[in-house]
Design a protein around this ligand. Sequence first.
Ligand code: NAD
Length: 554
Amino acid sequence: MWRRLRVLRDCGRRWQHRPALQVTNEPILEFKPGSPERAALQKALAELKDKTEEIPCVIGGEEVWTPTVRYQLSPFNHKHKVAKFCYASKELINKAINAALAARKEWDLKPVQDRAQIFLKAADMLSGPRRAEVLAKTMIGQGKTVIQAEIDAAAELIDFFRFNAKYALELEQSQPLSTGSSTNAMVYRGLEGFVAAVSPFNFTAIGGNLAGAPALMGNVVLWKPSDTALLSSYAVYRVLLEAGLPPNVVQFVPSDGPEFGDTVTSSEHFCGLNFTGSVPTFKHLWKQVSENLDRYRNFPRLAGECGGKNFHLVHVSADVSSAVNATLRSAFEFGGQKCSACSRLYAPRSLWPQIREQLLHGHGQIRVGDPTQDFGTFFSAVIDAKAFSRLRRWLDHARSSPSLALLAGGGCDDSVGFYVEPCIVESTDPRDPIMREEIFGPLLAVFVYPDHQYREVLELIDSTTPYGLTGAIFAQDRAAIEESRRLLRNAAGNFYINDKSTGAVVAQQPFGGSRISGTNDKPGGPHYLLRWTSPQAIKETHVPLRDWRYAYMQ
Ligand code: NAD
């Protein structure tokens, strides 16, 4: 032990002279006609055409198949089965837990520099030779356009891996004071047990980060990807393995959600949940954890980033076209299937005719279609039949409710893909469910407020929903902006001034919301990694103790 302490001290000294790792955000490529990135992407898309990739569970370092076969369908062409996969059984999930635990000590003892190297290498692979593949798989499997795939599966994922590596190395440098008589050190250990990473369908980057960030910090992980993002999740997993991640550190465990949740939360070794998805699923898992609390060896860390009911507020001093363009992007990009998508717009009465005209003009120009055939599409189909039915119910509500007027869109068609038109609805009731609940589709609800009731509308925005994820104010008047910052302080974990509510960038706007939107652990920021370490403080004293009595006793 003493030898280890000395090593630690020496390590600390070396660190002081080590320059910080310099990383910058990955540039977003443009995919202009004739560009090499466009050619590479088109080639990757052509290779996936009509193909069904077979994706196994990867447990104990082995590819495993079970009889419970499932398919991932392309949202915009549901006759195309993009992936064939299978669900891990309860026994296999338990096997994955044991295999992960067996790998834990060695992985945790590996120096953070070595662990970070693996993620830096994975980032370089994604930035270069594997970029087109993950983009194409995100487009075909999750229905993203070129740019939406690029900002997610390339830029954000690469940024997560690079910045997390930087933050982990900086954390290691964060050491306590040592004195002349003692040396103190902080050892950033992984958690003792396994972490379950449960990812949503809508961001390839999130899956990679939910599994990757705890692994970087020395944890072993069971990654349960989303059924509707299997193709891209597996591509990311393969990249991590090829970058040098040892086989058992992250187990790839596609499975039925509730079966996975029941099994992991009933293991005594369960020590963390890294979840992104809907509020009901996170609440359910939290309850299961509390029911099992007496079993656990540790108090599990629970991190959950969930839904939102994100707002755009237009003040009478706003630059109208900027507010409208930002709203069209935020509400409709990726078919409104971003947790941060704007789904309620508050417009002042005097500007409403202008806003309405520009919104409708923009709406008329939006092309919805197959994003792999027509790069001019703004968004594509929604993710699956379940989402399509849910949105159809919202459209029925918009048509039948007396307080709602359908201004544009309202159609949907699932004959080829799960297509829902962009839809704009005006509500005269600011508390209609359409203004309160997460919709997660291309549906924008608008409430028009009297100009002089600015303060009241701020209070309304703050109190209308239980969510607190993102929101934006559009105003030129500084006093109005300051007032919105004060009154909406708890209404959004990510607050934008004259910018849309979506598009958080790693290291620039660490992301997450409070209230029921989640635990707000801010992935993409430096503090996130603290959730995935259990630091050990070590003191080594150099001066022998010669007397048990204190001086005052003499
Ligand atoms: P979801 O809750 O349906 O599923 C998320 C994951 O949980 C999936 O992998 C699913 O299979 C799994 N799951 C379902 N039941 C489970 C259970 N009982 N135990 C364990 N796992 C279970 O969410 P989704 O439809 O994939 O994603 C959309 C939701 O995610 C939206 O509400 C969106 O706002 C939210 N989201 C939030 C953020 C954020 O950062 N705040 C980011 C992306 C998505």
